[in-house]
Design a protein around this ligand. Structure first.
Ligand code: PRP
Length: 211
């Protein structure tokens, strides 16, 4: 794992193998979903590794002891549509997490995000908020999402992506130094169509089989 204060880049052999499966244009939809699911589990593990705990008294069949409960509400917010691909792995870890939705697509000509939907649970001001989207390209969608969530009161925000471009990472790090980013790969650059290079193409289309 490569880590600075704000950005965690997962360094794990299974992730390296699975990112390769995702990048390969010949990977079938079922293989793509399985590989993405495996990476999502590892992303969730690292994104949640510093969850606050509170002590709780319990009894085992043998004796009284002290255990732990998670001491914060967790809200997972996928940026539709591709962000949905990461939700199941995170809610497997924390089944009581609430899930909000932000609908955004990137205009193919301007490359700017267009908002079309939002549905958020209450309590963002005290929750740990995990914004999830497999691709951080220009960072426009993440930027809009974070700005919107902060206006709604969110304070503790983490952004989880599979593949990030340096441009998007820089944009979010500079504008939101309080938002931590957990990603499985940082690629070389964006091309003229604002696609990540080498990337994996359109994550939503490949995950949902719509390409
Ligand atoms: C993709 C991706 C991000 C966004 C990243 O979404 O899932 O949301 O683009 O680009 P950015 O960092 O430059 O904003 P897309 O528009 O393909 O929509 P989809 O999720 O519905 O497939």
């Amino acid at each position: 794992m490569i880590q600075n204060k704000q950005v965690t880049i997962i360094d794990h052999p299974v992730v390296a193998r699975d990112i390769t499966i995702l990048r390969d244009k010949n990977t079938r939809t079922d293989e793509f979903r399985m590989a993405l699911g495996r990476i999502a589990i590892i992303l969730a593990y690292f994104a949640l590794r510093d969850l606050p705990l509170r002590q709780t008294a319990i009894e085992t069949p043998i004796t009284k002891t002290t255990g732990f409960e998670i001491d914060t509400d967790i809200v997972v917010i996928p940026i539709l549509r591709a962000g949905l691909s990461l939700v199941d792995a995170i809610t497997d870890f924390v089944p009581d997490a609430k899930v909000g939705h932000l609908g955004m697509y990137r205009d193919e000509t301007t490359h700017k995000p267009v908002d079309y939907y939002s549905n958020l649970p209450p309590g963002l001001d005290t929750a740990m908020t995990l914004v999830v989207d497999p691709m951080l390209a220009t960072g426009g969608s993440a930027d809009d999402a974070i700005t919107f969530l902060k206006k709604q009161g969110a304070k503790n925000i983490r952004f989880i992506s599979l593949i990030s471009a340096p441009e998007g990472l820089e944009r979010i790090s500079i504008k939101y130094p309080d938002v931590t980013i957990i990603t499985a790969a940082v690629d070389e650059k964006l091309n003229d169509d604002a696609f990540i290079v080498p990337g994996l193409g359109d994550a939503g289309d490949r995950y949902f089989g719509t390409s």
